[in-house]
Design a protein around this ligand. Structure first.
Ligand code: ZN
Length: 317
């Protein structure tokens, strides 16, 4: 292989086999995009990182890709979420905002993933005709501007990913402008059903294809208002929900203890003070969690009831 010339698909497949990380031959990959270099310092470690990420997603790719759809690039970033960072802290916000990107010849697929890149239950799609621009910035950031004026901001992309994504999206946009491939949409960032991967129209919470239903953000927020962490459990953010529940129980124990101590040994306004502190605690814990649940739930679909064998009945609350 001459230095500088891109490797062939066979060379890439051979290397992946050598590293014991072969990719599914049934999925069409643009391998020279994903693995542009096979030699250089520490190249095997970057090949391994990319191959492992792709393999985490392959099971989903088998189902989500349409016939003839080719994977041009795959990467993972973290959706930037200022409100969540404010409410939950940067570490938890990062954990629940891991986002996998699959750029295909037809569209951009996005999915919530765990830290390794394994897809969870929330999926989106953007056609290239809905993208105004994708720009990489400093410190691993990537900003996506959409036709319906939404802007999505992500962080945590390695430099090579940012450069590849900018180039691939630019080419795809040019391609759509030539071919006019601009399907109808209900919003630039379409929600996808996590069961059949069909589009669920904007503001709908039932899949028109398979009848599966999704939680409305308000339904989840009310549950968190009644009992903090409930909405987070329903969204599947188990680690954060447990952490939050623990914090709530500790706070609750503290508040009840101080009220009972004030009652058993009243001095001046001590009972009133303890009760006011208790009320403030409940208002804070319940209202803050309800707000946080609403913000998180509003970003994508959260599955409620699975697919229905036949047309799902109406009358959902
Ligand atoms: Zn569906």
């Amino acid at each position: 292989m001459a230095p500088g010339s891109p490797p062939t698909d066979d060379q890439i497949r051979t290397r992946l086999n050598d590293l014991k990380l072969p990719l599914d031959p049934g999925i069409k990959y643009r391998l020279t995009n994903l693995f542009p270099k096979l030699d250089g310092w520490f190249i095997n470690s970057s090949i391994k990182t990319k191959a492992k990420l792709i393999r985490e997603m392959e099971h989903t790719l088998e189902e989500i890709l349409q016939p003839g759809e080719e994977v041009l690039y795959i990467a993972k970033g973290i959706q930037q979420a200022f409100l969540e960072t404010f409410f939950m802290g940067a570490l938890w916000a990062q954990m629940i905002n891991q986002t996998g990107f699959v750029f295909t010849n037809a569209r951009v697929l996005m999915m919530r993933t765990n830290g390794k890149g394994k897809p969870l239950k929330t999926f989106w799609m953007i056609y290239y005709s809905e993208i105004v621009s994708v720009k990489g910035g400093w410190a691993g950031s990537l900003t996506v501007k959409l036709k319906d004026r939404r802007t999505l901001a992500f962080g945590g992309f390695p430099k090579a990913d940012r450069q590849a994504i900018e180039r691939i999206v630019e080419e795809a946009i040019e391609n759509y402008q030539q071919t006019g491939f601009a399907p109808d949409t209900t919003q630039s960032l379409e929600d996808l059903c996590c069961h059949c991967f069909d589009t669920v129209p904007k503001n709908d919470y039932e899949c028109p294809e398979c009848g599966a239903t999704f939680w409305k953000p308000s339904q989840l927020a009310i549950r968190s208002l009644i009992f903090p962490s409930w909405g987070d459990f329903l969204m599947g953010h188990y680690a954060f929900a447990c952490f939050e529940l623990l914090g709530y129980i500790v706070g609750l124990g503290f508040v009840l203890l101080s009220v009972s101590m004030a009652i058993s040994n009243p001095q001046g306004d001590s009972v009133l003070d303890a009760v006011l502190v208790a009320i403030a605690f409940f208002a804070m814990a319940h209202v803050m969690d309800a707000s946080l649940t609403y913000i998180v739930a509003n970003k994508g679909l959260n599955p409620r009831i699975g697919p229905q064998p036949h047309s799902a009945e109406d009358g959902e609350d």
